[in-house]
Design a protein around this ligand. Structure first.
Ligand code: ATP
Length: 457
């Protein structure tokens, strides 16, 4: 992005002297009075302004200069204003700094010093802008433990944040390893029940004959070996959240009992006829297609409607634009720290492979691969081979023509650059070696949604 400087100076001689001071990569605008200066400020949006305080109609004083300084700081508070004063004018310089000017410069002109002061102001403006952008964009979600930058995952996180304070029964669906349990825990942690228990049970991991007593508890003597009464998972979650993982694998024989609990909010321990009221929020998850299970008679439709007051569909990692790289980088940082192998980076080949691989095991598979690579990498760079990933797809017969190949590659590079720069358009355009307007045109052309998270994008 070209640096833009506005010089406010009423003396034509000084104006041209100042113009000559700066190198050509700076875009310089000049104004001789308050009105033209304000017009230039609005039109050109300079990052830095040099302001001679002695402006008409008060060239000998500083009233007009101070008024303009106030205007600039009000209209464009991020602009860095360097006040230019006479040698004897220390008082006004100090006053201007007190009002919010970022620096001052005393005449007579010295090109080297003026360049130094102006460059420093530009650098400060740039750093401030970068900081602001980073603060705005961050990880894309504020939910602890969840790394997400893609619009798809950000939408999931937004929904999660909305439903967390409520008690609605939530069904989280998605392929294995997409983070369903992580999201269920986040739902609990963001809810008013956060200080109470989060009780999880995997319905697929417990044999059918034990699942009932695990879930509902039992009374003493209710079956051989029941030497004393025991609370089930549902009761132990009282006041907190009950997470029923792999609900799609819940045996038919127990579905009716679970439905009764969801309707009545009471549990019947095995061997008891006294219902016990329980206050829990229920979150379920499954990687299975529940609609299909209903069709094949393996899941009760009425139970489905009970557990899915709200459904969160977690997209597969390959469906989340750019997330693979964002998550891989974050994992590399945290795993590198855990394993005392800091400062590792991915080679270009590894980056391409991460972005193009389909990740059937989703984030869980990625954790395993990055862990392996962190151990195996010879130097500071992790290669595709360290990750045990196949090479990225070569243009082949699946493509219509060269234009299509080019467009796909272009789109992919833009998404990667946006992710790598935390959705900062200026940084992304630098990475891609194009101007910001070009990048805007390209994101429009490829319908890359850059607006959902950050209005800057
Ligand atoms: N967006 C994410 N950011 C960081 N870590 C993630 C993310 N998604 C998943 N993980 C991590 O990936 C691993 C698998 O996640 P999780 O167990 O929640 O998946 P799941 O969908 O419940 O899998 P399954 O269906 O096999 O039970 C966990 O270690 C989890 O912390």
């Amino acid at each position: 992005m070209t640096r833009r400087l506005l010089i406010v100076e009423d003396d034509p001689g000084l104006q041209s002297q100042m113009r000559w001071c700066f190198s050509e990569d700076l875009e310089v605008f000049v104004a001789s009075d308050r009105e033209t200066a304000l017009a230039a400020l609005r039109r050109e949006e300079p990052d830095v302004v040099t302001l001679d305080l002695g402006l008409p109609p008060d060239p000998g004083g500083a009233t007009e200069g101070f008024a303009l300084l106030e205007d600039i700081l009000r209209l464009a508070p991020l602009t860095k204003v360097i006040v230019v004063t006479g040698r004897e004018d220390k008082e006004n310089a100090v006053l201007a700094i007190g009002m919010g000017a970022s620096d001052f410069y005393q005449k007579p002109l010295d090109a080297d010093i003026l360049n130094f002061v102006v460059n420093r102001a530009f650098r400060l403006a740039e750093l401030e802008r970068e900081n602001r952008d980073l603060a705005q964009q961050g990880n894309g979600t504020k939910i602890k433990g969840i790394i997400a930058g893609s619009p798809q995952m950000i939408a999931v996180c937004r929904t999660l944040e909305k439903i967390a304070p409520t008690d609605v029964t939530t069904l989280i669906t998605g392929e294995t390893g997409t983070g369903k349990e992580l999201l269920a825990r986040a739902l609990h942690n963001l809810s008013p029940r956060a200080s109470n228990v989060f009780a999880a049970i995997n319905c697929a991991a417990i044999p059918e004959n034990l699942l009932e007593s695990e879930l509902f508890g039992f009374e003493k003597g209710s079956f051989t070996g029941a030497t004393q009464a025991k609370k089930g998972k549902i009761e132990s979650a009282n006041g907190g959240t009950l997470f029923l993982d792999e609900i799609g694998d819940m045996p038919m024989s127990l579905q009716a009992k679970l439905l009764r609990f969801l309707q009545e909010r009471v549990v019947d321990r095995v061997g008891s006829i006294k219902p016990i009221p329980v206050d829990v929020r229920v979150v379920c998850a499954t990687h299975r297609n529940v609609q299909k299970l209903i069709e094949t008679g393996d899941f009760r439709e009425d139970l489905y409607y009970r557990i899915s007051e709200i459904t969160l569909d977690v997209p597969a990692l390959r469906e989340r634009e750019g997330d693979a790289l964002v998550i891989a980088r974050s994992l590399l940082k945290s795993l590198g720290k855990d394993m005392d192998r800091q400062n590792l980076t991915f080679s270009e080949d590894a980056v391409n492979a991460i972005s193009s691989y389909a990740w059937p095991g989703n984030v869980r598979e990625m954790i395993n691969k990055v862990k392996r690579a962190t151990i195996m990498a010879d130097g500071k760079r992790i290669t595709r081979e360290d990750l045990e990933l196949p090479g990225s797809e070569q243009p082949g017969e699946n493509h219509l023509n060269l234009r299509q190949v080019r467009e796909q590659a272009e789109r992919k590079a833009i998404v990667q650059a946006l992710q790598a720069s935390d959705f900062n358009m200026t940084q992304a355009s630098r990475l891609l070696g194009v101007t910001r307007p070009t990048l805007y045109n390209l994101t429009d052309k490829y319908r890359i949604d850059t607006s959902s998270e950050n209005p800057e994008v």
